[in-house]
Ligand binder design. Sequence first.
Ligand code: ATP
Ligand code: MG
Length: 266
Amino acid sequence: MQASRSSEMATDTPHFGVIPAAGAILRAQGLRKIFHSGSQEIAPLDGIDFSIERGEMIAVVGPSGAGKSTLLHLLAALDTATSGTVYFAGNSLRSFVEIELSEYRNRAVGFVWQRHHLLPDFTAAENVAMPLLIRGESHEQAMRLATDWLSEVGLSGRAMQPAGALSGGEQQRVAIARALVNQPVLLLADEPTGDLDERSAEGVFDLIEQLHRAHGLTSVIATHNLSLARRTNRVFALEHGKLTSGADRLAAGTERAGAQTPGGRN
Ligand SMILES: Nc1ncnc2c1ncn2[C@@H]1O[C@H](COP(=O)(O)OP(=O)(O)OP(=O)(O)O)[C@@H](O)[C@H]1O
Ligand SMILES: [Mg+2]
C-alpha cells in the first residue's frame, strides 16, 4: 500500500523544498487567458484572483465554455496565462525553468483529464505504471506500485484487463490512480464524473474524497454536478471571465457549500 500523507504534516519534496502543512499552496493573481479564434478574442479568464489553502477541496463550476478546463490547465502549468501569475507554495510558476516546470507537472500535480486519455490497448496496471516508468522506476517496482494503487481505487481484480475493456467508471478510477501514483500534493481533476451515470459519479466522487483525506491532498475539481460540488469546502463559480463564490449557484442552506469569496476559507 502507498504511504499516506496527512495534510496536518509539512511535506518535504525533492524539488520544491518543505511545503508547510497550512497556508496558501495555490494562489492566482490577476490571471487572464485570451484565445484568438480568427478575428475573435475569447477571454475565459479575465482577471482572476484566489488563494487555496493546503488540504482544501475546491469545486470549480460554470457553464460549458466558461473556462474551467482553461483554469485547471493554467494551475497545472499545462498552458501559460496571457497575464497574471499562479503561485505554488509561494513560488511563481513564471519563475520556474523548464526542468522545474516538468517536475511540477509530473511530481507536484496529479491531473485527471476531462476525457481520461488512457491507452486502451494497455492494461490498467500498465496505464497506472506509465508515470513511474517515465520517471525511471524499474518495470517490476512500477508494476508493483501500480497494482497497489489499483487496489486502493477498488480495482484489484482488473489490473490485467486492457483499459479499453473497462467500464467508464472503472476507467476513471484507473485515471485517478495514474494521477496519484507519483504521490503529488495537488489533485486537479477536470470533470472526473462528467461522462458517468449518477451512481458511478457518486462512487468516483466518494473515492476522490477518500483519497483527498488519506493522502493529504489539496484538490481542485471542475464539475457540472452541483450536488457533488456542494460536498467540497468551497465552490468557485466561473462566468464571463470572472470568478465568484459559488454560493448563489447552489441551493441555499447547505453546510459545506462555499458561501465565501474565493479569497476566503471555510
Ligand atoms: N486552444 C483554444 N483556442 C481557442 N479557444 C479556446 C481554446 N481552448 C479553449 N478555448 C475557448 O475558451 C473557452 C473556455 O473553454 P474551456 O474548455 O476552458 O471551457 P469549460 O468551462 O471547460 O467548458 P466545458 O464545461 O464544456 O468543458 C471556450 O469558449 C473555448 O472555446
Ligand atoms: Mg472543460
